[in-house]
Design a protein around this ligand. Structure first.
Ligand SMILES: C[S@@+](CC[C@H](N)C(=O)[O-])C[C@H]1O[C@@H](n2cnc3c(N)ncnc32)[C@H](O)[C@@H]1O
Length: 241
């Protein structure tokens, strides 16, 4: 599987907004029993704002570790960032974690890598540790799209269903929950996100596809967009198995 470089995912949009991060972290804190001594790892952390916010909220003694293939200049300073692929990270790692977070990243890996990653996550988890894996809800997607984007998204959501089966088999998941966030965004701002190819399905498109898509979005949607960003969260609690 070719490496996909995503640079504009959480670049000044709802995914990096204080409201979104707070709401997501409220959800995360409900699923875990974290305290100021907890060790946290975020695989595919992007700009690291989610775990940066957890550092402040929990008054963590140790900076949470965030790993990613892209080293953003404007990443969160409250995290310990490592520019490394998820699998080689574990071959050197000696720390056990209380939370391993993989949010909207697992679909970017090959099935072989996913299986290895799951096994590494389990081995590197503390006794009462939790693994949280967030993905787009494959049965309920409302992301505003143009036709080609929708086609690619649907293909990727079909693959997500296959990944879900693997997670349920190999982890095994103790619980499955939904995280829903209502997004309100100006159409122009959303078009900027499409131009920046914020989502992996847009990366492989050429300029013409993107420009045609933007015209479709302009024609199809009102000035203000309102939709639900629907995620599923696979929850694995080590002590429960
Ligand atoms: C869709 S973004 C999600 C970012 C962040 N988790 C969030 O939800 O805001 C996926 C991230 O995974 C990173 N990524 C993709 N493959 C990776 C790999 N093999 N190892 C580490 N990070 C990876 C990408 O660079 C990107 O920042």
């Amino acid at each position: 599987m070719a490496l996909i470089v995503i640079k504009n995912w959480d670049n000044k949009n709802w995914l990096s907004s204080r409201q979104y991060i707070n709401s997501l972290n409220n959800f995360i804190l409900k699923q875990t029993r974290l305290n100021s001594f907890s060790n946290i790892l975020d695989i595919g952390c992007g700009r690291g704002k989610i775990i940066g916010n957890l550092k402040s909220r929990l008054n963590l003694k140790k900076k949470p570790i965030g790993i990613d293939l892209v080293n953003h200049k404007d990443k969160d300073t409250r995290i310990q960032f490592k520019k490394i692929d998820a699998l080689p990270f574990f071959s050197k790692n000696k720390v056990k974690f209380d939370l391993i977070l993989i949010k909207q990243t697992i679909h970017l890996l090959s099935i072989k890598k996913i299986k290895k990653l799951i096994s590494n996550c389990k081995k590197n988890l503390n006794l009462n540790g939790v693994i949280l894996i967030f993905s787009l809800d494959p049965y309920k997607n409302e992301i505003p799209s143009f036709a080609l984007m929708k086609k690619k998204l649907n293909k990727s959501l079909q693959r997500d269903k296959k990944i879900a089966k693997i997670l349920l088999k190999y982890l095994p998941i103790t619980n499955l929950k939904r995280f829903v966030y209502t997004v309100k965004i100006q159409k122009n701002k959303y078009i900027e996100m499409i131009k920046g190819r914020f989502i992996s399905n847009l990366i492989s498109m050429n300029e013409k596809d993107i420009n045609n898509g933007i015209q479709e979005i302009k024609a199809r949607y009102k000035k203000k967009l309102k939709f639900n960003d629907n995620l599923v969260c696979f929850i694995y609690k080590k002590g429960k198995i």
